[in-house]
Write a protein that binds this ligand. Structure first.
Ligand code: GLN
Length: 256
């Protein structure tokens, strides 16, 4: 179920973004937006505003024309049934997404869309939902749901905190790097103790929560990359992350 506020409330950039605006596209907010995933978009917007940049929030839903000049792409999780609903449209925009990914557009892909940016998701009932092959990974639905709080460690982003809930178990191809090593929880699958994937400027992850409020290092990687691509630089005097730090401490202390 979508918990996105109406589009009109968020599409307007701040009145005077002195440094320019980034165009942030959320994919399929109706079907692919669970466990607070929309919070990722709000975090990106707020962290830009703190630095004097604007954000133009765009949505792509099934049947829409894909917008021009997208600087950053965000996709969330969804039920298997939601993934089936969007599959045809996703295939229709696949070549555009592949081109943007290869070109270095930063993307954050959570759970259900992380799976579908891979090669395929074979659900527990045997339905095969084709992916778009941006990430060399495949996902197989299992009888066991992997549910609970996760702590993972990444060389690039430090400790990552989030919440997982998925039946699909994901296996990365040989050349694809995981995002992080799991310290608590499952991550990609129940066997390998790694979580998510990193490819070009894409972060794929199973973690909801939302992910970005508790993981500002990932948010700023996405923003910095997008701003440098668009403006040549990311002017950043730093922001007060004491609340995020507190949230991370609480998350770390939670049971699985
Ligand atoms: N439906 C997928 C699964 O269960 C994705 C779930 C999700 O996005 N949380 O594996």
């Amino acid at each position: 179920m979508s918990d996105a506020p109406s589009a009109g409330a968020l599409t307007k950039a701040p009145a005077d973004p002195s440094k320019g605006s980034l165009r942030i596209l959320q994919l399929y907010p109706r079907e692919m937006n669970i466990y607070g995933d929309y919070g990722n978009v709000l975090v990106l917007k707020q962290r830009l505003a703190w630095r004097g940049y604007g954000a133009e929030i765009l949505e792509h839903n099934a049947g829409d024309a894909f917008p021009d000049d997208v600087d950053l792409i965000v996709g969330g999780g969804g039920q298997d049934s939601g993934q089936v609903v969007i599959q045809d449209d996703l295939q229709a925009i696949a070549s555009t997404l592949r081109r943007l990914a290869e070109d270095g557009t930063p993307m954050l892909l959570i759970c259900g869309l992380y799976q579908l940016f891979g090669n395929f998701f074979r659900t527990q009932d045997g339905t095969v939902i084709p992916g778009i092959g941006v990430l060399d990974l495949e996902t197989r639905g299992g009888t066991e749901r992997l549910i609970g709080n996760v702590v993972a460690r990444s060389d690039e982003f430090g400790e990552i905190h989030g919440y997982e809930n998925h039946s699909g178990q994901t296996f990365l191809g040989d050349g694809l790097r995981p995002l992080a090593t799991v310290l608590k929880g499952a991550g990609n699958n129940a066997e390998e103790h790694h979580e998510g994937a990193r490819y070009r400027n894409i972060v794929g992850s199973y973690l909801h929560g939302s992910l970005l409020p508790k993981n500002p290092a990932i948010a700023d990687f996405l923003l910095r990359t997008a701003a440098e691509r668009k403006f040549g630089a990311f002017e950043d005097d730093g922001v007060d992350d004491s609340l995020a730090e507190l949230a991370r401490e609480h998350a770390a202390a939670r049971p699985r």
